[in-house]
Design a protein around this ligand. Sequence first.
Ligand code: AMP
Ligand code: MG
Length: 322
Amino acid sequence: MARIVDISREPDYMAQALDVLAKGECIAMPTETVYGLAGDATNGLAVARIFEMKGRPRFNPLIAHVGSLSMARRHGVFGEIAEKLATAFWPGPLTLVVAKKPDGAIHDLATAGLATIALRMPRGPAREIIAEFDRPLAAPSANRSGRVSPTTARHVAEEFADTDLMILDNGPCRIGLESTIVKVLPDSLVLLRPGAITDSELGAVTDLPVRRPDAMNGIEAPGMLASHYAPNAKMRLNVTECPQGAGLIAFGDGKECERQAAKDVVNLSDAGDLKEAAANLYRHMKALDARGFDLICVEPIPTTGIGAAINDRLTRAAAPRE
Ligand code: AMP
Ligand code: MG
């Protein structure tokens, strides 16, 4: 049985977490994006356990989470641009892909043998744990590979019910979508995954163009497989008339879609607020899925701001599965 530890009620949570991590085992920890399955990024066995627990393909590299900028600099090459981005957005929902330091201690398994490394400084208790541990933590989302990411401790417990995983509970994640991932090059930025930090914010801070990845570059065009974040139900996007008996994920006041025939409607944001919608997305997908719908329809969601990231996740959730 997975064990949920409420960090607001259990003052001892830090010592417990450090103890588990020091043994090379994993914990689930809250971050502002989604809950992560965290293990010592410098310990090959700990990293292997993460891949195994998630059933994640080994070619899909993990993000190393750091507790400070100086910790990040020990493992990645931080030039002027990376420094600017880290100063502007850390701690926060931005992952920087930079050249890996040859003498850095992050295990090759975590970076899938690449010459680059993905680094992020999360906000809140996760950062404090990493700073105390004094070593980076590899922490992909705490779900089985390919499925919807967890935004509450209970979601994690459902994914890993048959394990003895310790899950630190800090309530629902504030942002609710995985971090923006950007590869830092000397003359441009490559957006590998959209998230809460948008293209225009990245451009404004660096004065550099923000490009999309080349389709031919394999893992660089995110290890992010076409099908990902997938519920059991089939997903249909940009629906303007919901078919009879389907579950409907609505957005806003209903002017865009005929909702009458839907069997069950959940609204990402009645007020049409994209940030609120992002925070609710996975919770609502999971809720409709748990009700056993064969088909979940989704109303059109604007692509502005964090809307680009919402649409990215929905497109992957709706993609044909292998
Ligand atoms: P997550 O599933 O949230 O842990 O996502 C991690 C994602 O980060 C992977 O799917 C990759 O797309 C990306 N990533 C991690 N390390 C690298 C890297 N060195 N180069 C490019 N992308 C990376
Ligand atoms: Mg994930």
